[in-house]
Write a protein that binds this ligand. Structure first.
Ligand code: ADP
Ligand code: MG
Length: 241
């Protein structure tokens, strides 16, 4: 098991009071497993990813990444965990305009202070894995939206993460390219053994996922819309994916 959210509650300051973005959320994703998260806008999907990514500290509950309870880490420890064990793919690729596709990936290896030696080879291998073997020398403006999103995904895998967190990767793509990107994420999850959480609006492709959970008002529901996980009697298992 590589990602565990255990009874996580997250609130934000909201005027006089607090807004509950995540309400007692439990989720378990094993290595090589992909869980899709769906839900209306504002339901808490991105908050769930932000907590799993250790970018936001929950009010309550545990986040365990690759065996490390992130509650035991200070800021620097969390930053190191993110660099080394967590791959994050946001909606917009945010590629650096002046770098080629291969260099976008190599820059990630530099961030971890790894020897640049070998990083070119790994970058080219990953670009091949996302179907961009022949685009390695192109810069972002020379790539299509779908190709840029593939570079974004390859970049997130550069440091061989245990956990891959993906937020609405297809929202800027047409249906066909979106389907291809989701297929790619399923394949990469299997091949690389990541524990993957994929937030998507695109309900059309959910049958490709191992499991789908939905978020409404900060609470997590299983595929059949049953009661929120981890909220019932003691001993209830978290939602597994
Ligand atoms: P989703 O990704 O499903 O659209 P979010 O996780 O972004 O939902 O937001 C969940 C709720 O938390 C929303 O009501 C949103 O307005 C609120 N929210 C999100 N981020 C913040 C923040 N940094 N400060 C205050 N409220 C926030
Ligand atoms: Mg969101």
């Amino acid at each position: 098991m590589n990602l565990l959210l255990d009874d996580v509650t997250l609130t934000y300051a909201d005027g006089e009071g607090r807004l509950t973005a995540l309400d007692s959320v439990s989720l378990e994703v094993p290595s090589g497993g992909l869980t899709a998260v769906v839900g209306p806008s504002g339901s808490g999907k991105s908050s769930l990813l932000a907590v799993a990514a250790t970018l936001v500290t929950p009010d309550r509950g545990r986040v365990v990444v690759d065996g490390t309870d992130t509650g035991t880490l200070d800021r620097a420890g969390k930053a190191a965990l993110r660099r080394e064990r967590i791959g994050i793919v946001f909606q917009q690729p945010n590629l650096l305009p002046s770098l080629t596709a291969a260099e976008q990936l190599q820059a990630m290896a530099h961030l971890t202070g790894r020897a640049p030696r070998g990083s070119r080879g790994r970058a080219l291998e990953l670009l091949d894995a996302v179907g961009l073997a022949d685009q390695a020398r192109r810069r972002p403006h020379q790539l299509s939206g779908g190709q840029r999103q593939r570079v974004n995904i390859a970049r997130a895998l550069m440091n061989d993460p245990a956990v891959l967190l993906v937020d609405e990767p297809t929202s800027a793509l047409d249906h066909e390219r979106g389907a291809a990107v989701l297929d790619l994420l399923v394949t990469l999850t299997r091949e690389r053994g990541t524990a993957t959480v994929l937030v998507t609006h695109d309900r059309a492709h959910l049958e490709r996922m191992d499991r789908t959970v939905s978020v409404r008002d900060g609470r997590l529901y299983g595929p059949g819309g049953e009661d929120p996980a981890g909220n019932g009697s003691p001993g209830d298992a978290p939602v597994r994916g």
